[in-house]
Write a protein that binds this ligand. Sequence first.
Ligand code: AMP
Length: 649
Amino acid sequence: MTFADLPTRLRDALTEREYSQPTDVQAAVLEPQALGRDLIVSAQTGSGKTVAFGLAMASELLGDEGIVRQANSPLALIIAPTRELALQVSRELAWLYGSTGARVATCVGGMNPSQERKVLRSGATIVVGTPGRLRDHLERGALDLSALSAVVLDEADEMLDMGFRDELEAILDAAPDQRRTLLFSATMPRPIEALAQRYQNNALRIATVDKGRSHEDISYQAVTVSPPEVENAVVNLLRFHEAETAILFCATRDSVRRLHATLQERGFSVVALSGEHSQQERNQALQALRDRRARVCVATDVAARGIDLPSLSLVVHVEIPRDAETLQHRSGRTGRAGKKGTAVLIVPFPRRKRVESMLRRASIKAQWIDAPDRDAIMAQDRERLLETLMAPVEVTDADRDLAAKLMTQKTPEELAAMLVHAHRSKMPEPEDLVPNTPEARKAAQKDTHRPGFEDTVWFRMDIGRQNNADPRWILPLLCRRGHVTRNEIGAIRIGPNETYFQIPRTLADKFAAAAERTAGTESEEDSIRFEVSADGPRVAARQNRKGRSDRGQRPRPHGVKVQPSRGSDGKKPGGKSGKFAGRSDRKPDRNTDRKPDGAPGGKFSGKPEGKSFKKKPGGKFTPKNDRKDRGKPGSPKKFGTPKDPFSQS
Ligand code: AMP
């Protein structure tokens, strides 16, 4: 399959970009059997999927002569999980459809909504946006979907993970029945299949993700360090690779802020991307990376999702990704569209086993190495400097005059040394690292705490393995009920009948208060009560073992009221002991139109993100993804209908 059969204007746009061959996913969506059909496409980020859906919907958008069809309202709608991704998609479609007369409008959280309404009113052909903002425009009558002939869900798995199910359903329910629905997703978990089943008709399945192949262009390295050496290792990795553009991933905004400041201080040209930056600041940061004023970007997962920087050749996982999927998402920022890239995981010694098993799960073979030391960096510098200094340059007469004058004052050796020094002094100094010796590893094993989790409080709940306890639904439940984020939850220990989890002491009061307020409010999960456990899981483990030889002795009462009390070290949790700290006052993560607790649109929807569960009569919690009572595409679902307490969001 080639681009030859495309409408001329699209073909010309591709030629101008020097895209001569379709990528696998582009070839697949252009096959005759895909024409006009709903598509469910599993395509990795970086596979060219944006151009793929751009080309796939050409048959719906273009009329004679390859000019866009006349209509009074938008013909195509693309929904993407984050503002950055939406803006990126918008840019791609703008050049692809630039000469067809199509007008592309972008509607994303954090931008001026009245400006967007104006653009929508003035006649947009293609609308690209984030779920929350699009639903807002829809509910206020600013977005008319009556002429829509194609809807694209980009990174659909991310959108469901981020809790946008309600918004997606509202938008899809409001779209005409006869539209085409193109669903793009890196992974195809059950909630995605369910969404496809409900909103697509006889969809053609396209899978271009080949596990082995998707890593082909990315070489993985895992660098073991002593925990306090992480920042120094980052400095040395940046200096060793001297990538044109590098992205560094951290787990929290705080870590982003700290690392950004550290690197700036050491002389790197660095920008930061996290939820605490305004849209304008983020756009400026991305622009600085695009036009090479900055070479390093420190980012959180959410802020960097879907970002496409063609010159990005180095990804550093400064803080270990939370799972294999995040690892792949982050790493997929490099090795795009056939280019080579390197992804480096910085692994504090005590966490090596965890990383090894994550890599195994993702079928990734990484090279385990030490962080580059000063000597290795100097050697690399020498090679690079030789290459730079020996590269041909155009010399002017003025240059020659000055050179002649210099020659009268210094020897050639001195001049050459000065030239080398001038180049070298622009580069930040490498750091001296503690050698990776058995002694250093042993010392590091003593401190196994994640930053921020040095002082924690254990909580427990009466749901264990026998009730299907699983971190996949427990994490969203804790976030929703306790008004905390995933990163604010420490270890989770699941026993046969109960589960223990850690909350940083500084947040424990606030967590307890929020959990108490949300108890028994909406769904059955809300009947689960959390209590502070003075002893943590260790004592429980002993009791469990005892219980095994002494069955039936130990069931603990359900519904024990949350009472902040003493933690494992005997201290009281939090600073406001006794008082309920009230609802989270953290700023929303402005990267999406989602609020920090994970509840979309600022309301506590009373539903867990991702999977949702019902309790079976036998006491088990089971996923409700496979419900058969869902309507078919276009089935009436009005805004504001009572929420199904067990549906996924
Ligand atoms: P995406 O998966 O949409 O994020 O695309 C990844 C990168 O590949 C983007 O920079 C695209 O512009 C680029 N790209 C898309 N299609 C092609 C193609 N046929 N040839 C070369 N590069 C492409």
